[in-house]
Design a protein around this ligand. Structure first.
Ligand SMILES: [Zn+2]
Length: 158
């Protein structure tokens, strides 16, 4: 599907993403929403969590994929909060591209209270960075996840 699907192209490298994939397994990938012409800067920390399979929505996932995506959403939400986000919005929209991509959108400190969640990346004072700074921030998120405080597993023993 790579000829027609932007998400597949971001998975297979035909479209590069700032700093490379944060996580890539046989089930899913996580990456910074890339710079798409004619936009020349990005909202740092705006992440996509996507299944490797070209399927449109959650209803099309198998349970193994769904579980992995749930863990990834949780893990990278923690990383964004560790990096200073005061809130992380999670959304599936999917009107434009028929390949599931879960949006993780950080609300950075300093965002006025009257800016709605749909505008946190677009209000006039929203953080904007170039490709190099976006890649640096991706690296910061990688370090946050490498920190054990961001990875929490339950062994069933309470
Ligand atoms: Zn696709």
């Amino acid at each position: 599907m790579s000829e027609t699907c932007l998400i597949c192209d971001e998975l297979n490298g035909a479209v590069s993403v700032p700093g490379g994939h944060l996580e890539s397994t046989n089930l899913l990938a996580v990456f910074q929403c890339p710079i798409l012409s004619p936009v020349t800067d990005v909202f740092p920390g705006y992440l996509f969590v996507v299944p490797q399979r070209h399927v449109p929505g959650f209803a099309d996932l198998d349970d193994t994929e769904a579980a992995a995506i749930g863990v990834a959403i949780t893990r990278w939400s923690r990383a964004l909060e560790a990096a200073g986000a005061e809130h992380v919005y999670v959304a599936r929209i999917g009107h434009g591209v028929p390949h599931l991509h879960v949006h993780l959108v950080p609300r950075w400190p300093g965002t006025p209270d009257d800016v709605s969640w749909t505008d946190v990346d677009e209000w006039p004072g929203a953080r904007r960075v170039g490709a190099a700074a976006a890649a640096d921030f991706v690296e910061e998120l990688r370090h946050a996840v490498a920190d054990s405080s961001v990875n929490r597993s339950s062994d069933g023993a309470d």
